[in-house]
Design a protein around this ligand. Sequence first.
Ligand SMILES: N[C@@H](CCC(=O)N[C@@H](CS)C(=O)NCC(=O)O)C(=O)O
Length: 211
Amino acid sequence: MSAITFHYFDGYGRAESVRMMFHYHGTHFTDHRVQFHEWPTVQASGLCEFSELPVLEIDGLRLVQSRSISRYVAQKLGYGTSNHYDEYLVESICDLRSDIVQYFLKILFQKDLEAYDKEMSTSMVEWLKLIEARLVKNNGGNGWFVGNKVTRADFEIFETIYDFMLKDDFGNKYSHLVATHAPKLNSFMTRFRDSSHGLKNYLNSRPRSFF
Ligand SMILES: N[C@@H](CCC(=O)N[C@@H](CS)C(=O)NCC(=O)O)C(=O)O
């Protein structure tokens, strides 16, 4: 595989599930974390086709738009699907994930942590139940989200639940919500993390970011 460079700001944001895919798979890539003071130079360099990050350099190509990048990487690393219905299942759960992220990013950008707290135990709990119900439809919720192998859906959901609810920064404030309202999803989180040394190592060593 030719050299891969992923350019994004030094946070999780729109890049983290793709970083996780590379680490899970064990594919080496350069994780270029653009610092805010560097951004004007990077932007002026012409790297970003649509003037925004992330940008992924791979296979001699320069890709933009986080969700399109995620689909490309999933296909390339073997986390794609083999039929239209499975693809629909992956994309619909990923679209739900985008809705959730949009909702919470608005609150986080306003730095309203009180509202974030409240919304976690209300709106997020309702979403957890919906995600759990979808998971249970496939193999009783004892495997992955779609079919019998890991797909992009697993990465997107894992990253969102982990970074919004389970990571240490929250001091276990929200983990009980997942365990109580979505026990199968909670087990999925552990199963998915433990299914890759690369992912586990990355989670233990990655630079910290609030979101
Ligand atoms: N739809 C795009 C949105 C990209 C986007 O909003 N990027 C932000 C960072 S999260 C950015 O580059 N902001 C810097 C700027 O616009 O000056 C995607 O999903 O990749």
